[in-house]
Design a binder for this molecule. Sequence first.
Ligand code: UTP
Length: 228
Amino acid sequence: MKLVISLGGSLITGDFTAEKIKGYAKVLLRINSTADKLVIVTGGGKLARDYIDIIKEIGMDHTAQDKMAIQVTHLNAKLMAIALNHVERDIANETIPETEKEIENMLDRQSILVCGGTIPGQSTDNVSAKIARSIKADLLINASNVDGVYDSDPQKNKNAKKHKTLTYDEFIKIISKNEQSPGKYALFDKQAAQIIKQQKIRTIMIDADNPEDIMKAVNGTHSGTIIQ
Ligand code: UTP
C-alpha cells in the first residue's frame, strides 16, 4: 500500500512534548513496516500562524507570509524525521526537500519521505495531494485536530452530525465557501480536493491527537470521514 499522511502542525506543536513526537514516530514506523511507500507531509500549526500574523502586521504580503510559514512546516518535518531516525536509524530524510522537484527526486530513494510546504498559495494538504497523485497512492490520510466532516458547524450546532463517507463532489461542495489564505485552510485545501477527485484518491479525515488514531485510519477502524 502506498500512503501519504498529511500530519497537521496542530498535532506536532499542540502538546509539543518529546513523548508525543516519539509517539507519532513509533506509529508511523509500524505503518511503514507494512507499506510499500510512506510519505509524511507536516503542517505548520499555531507556530506558523503566529509567524504569519507578525509578518502581516509588519506589512508584508501573502507571499511573504506563506514563505515564512513554509519554513515552520520544514522545521516540523525535520523534527519528525529526527524522531523517526531515533527509533529506526537512517529510515527518514533529515534534509527536508524544498521544492516539488526535490521531493520528486527523493521519493524513490527514501523508505519514508518526510517533507513540508513547497510553494506559496497553498497548504500542506495540497503538497500531500500532489505527492499522492505522483506516487499513485492508495490512501491519503489527513490527520489534524478536526475529527471529520460534519453536516453543520459542530462548534455552533451541538446536533451537528459527522459524515461517515462523502463523495468527492459532496466534499468539494462543503468546503467551497471556506477561506483560503495564509494559515487559513480550514478542513482542507480546495486545490487538493480537486486533485483527489480527479485522481480518485481515497482520503480519510481524522483527528489524530492520539497517534494510534493514524493506525486506525490505515486499518479501517477509525471514526473519521472517508472521501471516496
Ligand atoms: P498548513 O496550513 O498546511 O499547516 O501550512 P497546518 O496549519 O498544520 O494545517 P492543518 O493542520 O494540516 O490544516 C501552514 C501555512 O504554510 C503556508 C500556508 O500559509 C499555510 O497555511 N504554506 C504551506 C504554503 O504557502 N505553501 C505550502 O506548500 C505549504
